[in-house]
Design a protein around this ligand. Structure first.
Ligand code: CA
Length: 222
């Protein structure tokens, strides 16, 4: 395979290059995000091994730029951090898989095989329902191109509903996902937040946030 490795740490880059070449791959190494993006755009690679923390342009931004330019080359993201939010951000930005450093080289090879076998999957950068668009990487929401200002809680509620677009999300699930273990929050609070969200999001037709009586809420274009 033709593999692009974007890694700023010289020792790690050398290790990856040597190991992958030994496996019979042809490898190009870039030392920062901007150089990586330029190479990825200029020629076709089978897969990109991408460090998350990079100078000039970080891995998440690089992936987003690639996907925005309709480049669907599979991306295996490497990160030193394993916090859930980083993983989610990485996948939201359009990465195909994730590996936390340090990792055994065998695991990297196995993941590379899996990612390249799946090939280039068109992966939407945005969540969209009708003219409502949520950008998970930038944390912005627009309706018919007009930006909507949401509080962090309202944003999480809308993101949850949009990730499940077309499916009913129960009030319990909303309480769990948006408020977590914050006690004292009741289903009335959920209803109040949905009302606020509707005022901002559903200011014009068609209405997208629907109540399913006795169960929960669903976002969909009727
Ligand atoms: Ca790094």
């Amino acid at each position: 395979m033709q593999i692009l490795v974007v890694e700023d740490e010289p020792r790690m880059a050398k290790l990856l290059e040597r190991g992958l070449v030994e496996e019979g791959h042809s490898v190009v190494v870039a030392g920062d995000g901007a150089a990586g993006l330029e190479l990825a755009t200029a020629s076709a690679f089978d897969v990109i091994v991408l460090d998350c923390m990079l100078p000039v342009m970080d891995g998440l931004t690089l992936t987003r730029r690639l996907r925005e330019s309709r480049n669907q080359t599979p991306v295996l993201m490497l990160t030193a951090r394993d916090a859930d939010s980083d993983v989610i951000q990485g996948l939201d930005s359009g990465a195909d898989d994730y590996l936390t450093k340090p990792f055994p080289f065998e695991v990297l090879l196995a993941r590379l095989r899996a990612v390249s076998r799946r090939g280039a999957i068109p992966r939407p950068v945005y969540l969209e329902v009708a003219d409502l668009r949520l950008d998970p990487a930038a944390h912005t929401v627009t309706r018919a191109g007009e930006s909507i200002n949401l509080t962090p809680r309202e944003y999480r509620l809308l993101e949850l509903l949009m990730r499940n677009a077309g499916r009913v999300v129960s009030r319990d699930k909303i309480l769990d996902s948006v408020w977590g273990f914050d006690t004292g929050v009741t289903e009335n609070t959920v209803e109040a937040f949905v009302r606020l969200l509707r005022i901002k999001v559903d200011a014009h037709e068609p209405r997208l946030i629907h109540t399913v009586r006795g169960t929960g809420y669903v976002v969909k274009a009727l």
